[in-house]
Design a protein around this ligand. Structure first.
Ligand SMILES: *C/C=C(C)/C=C/C=C(C)/C=C/C1=C(C)CCCC1(C)C
Length: 266
């Protein structure tokens, strides 16, 4: 035994995780050192900096804690780590765009959302499956609605479609709201609600946290968008970026923590 298997499984996992982490750090070396120092009162820059550091911390935490939860929660923990890991990667760039004085990092922001929101939909599906209502149709509809929401937001913020169909930022916002509205409808409608009251306490906790995140946590984004679009008097893209950064920490970090907490309840 000692000859064929000199290391325990836990040791192997630790070595694998450390290697993965080292790869990630080396892989983004070029962007992780900011070339411009933050000003003391650069609140937007400070919020980018905090979000970057916290996304990394969440990722490491979820990867390591994955070993300390029951098997059936491990996939959820992996997905939570992917969400914050992908966000961390993009935050290193977003922070840099801001620090270099290039303004609001719109494209990196939306590329990040386009990857992390579908990953979160996978997470929702895992929870919905655990309460017995996760069907392929529901997964597909949630995924479709989230894409509509994000694409509308991107067109509204970037003006990328203006030469084809020139809709105002507010009209794109309404289209995005319809996508989010559909997701809320799916999560609050009768069948799901009933099923959510029958699962184990930990699954119920995960489900209720997820629904609160999508209802309250996600509501921060359309508010930030309107600030950035100049629809709300006296607000602009600086306010939008701070709000988006806080929202990402809540919806990616705190949401992952709730999954972890639910897993530890068992
Ligand atoms: C990790 C990133 C997350 C969870 C991003 C979520 C983004 C939203 C919920 C965005 C919603 C929007 C609307 C509901 C209206 C249109 C504009 C958006 C895209 C900001």
């Amino acid at each position: 035994m000692g000859f064929n298997k000199p290391y325990s499984n836990a040791t192997r996992t630790k070595v694998a995780l450390s290697a993965l982490l080292a790869m990630l750090v080396v892989g983004t070396q070029t962007v992780s050192a900011a070339t411009t120092a933050l000003a003391n009162d650069d609140w937007v820059g400070i919020s980018f900096w905090i979000a970057t550091a916290m996304m990394l911390a969440f990722t490491v935490f979820f990867l390591i804690e994955r070993q300390n939860v029951p098997d059936k929660w491990k996939t959820s923990m992996t997905v939570a780590a992917l969400v914050t890991g992908v966000a961390w990667y993009h935050y290193t760039y977003m922070r840099e765009v801001w620090a270099m004085g290039d303004g609001s990092p719109l494209v990196y922001r939306y590329i990040d959302w386009l990857i992390t929101v579908p990953l979160q939909v996978v997470e929702f599906y895992l929870i919905l499956a655990a309460i017995g209502v996760g069907t392929f149709a529901m997964f597909r509809n949630l995924m479709g609605a989230s894409i509509v929401m994000l694409v509308a937001g991107f067109f509204g913020e970037s003006g990328a479609m203006d030469s084809t169909i020139d809709l105002s930022a507010e009209i794109w916002w309404v289209i995005g709201m319809a996508g989010w509205g559909y997701i809320l409808y799916e999560l609050w409608s009768g069948d799901v609600k009933e099923a959510s009251e029958t699962g184990s306490p930990s699954v119920q906790y995960a489900f209720n946290s997820m629904r609160m995140i999508v209802t309250v946590g996600w509501a921060i984004y359309p508010l930030g968008y309107l600030m950035g679009a100049g629809t709300i008097d006296g607000m602009g893209t600086d306010d939008m970026n701070i709000l988006y950064n806080i929202a990402d920490l809540v919806n990616k970090g705190a949401f992952g923590m709730m999954i972890w907490y639910a897993a530890k309840m068992e």
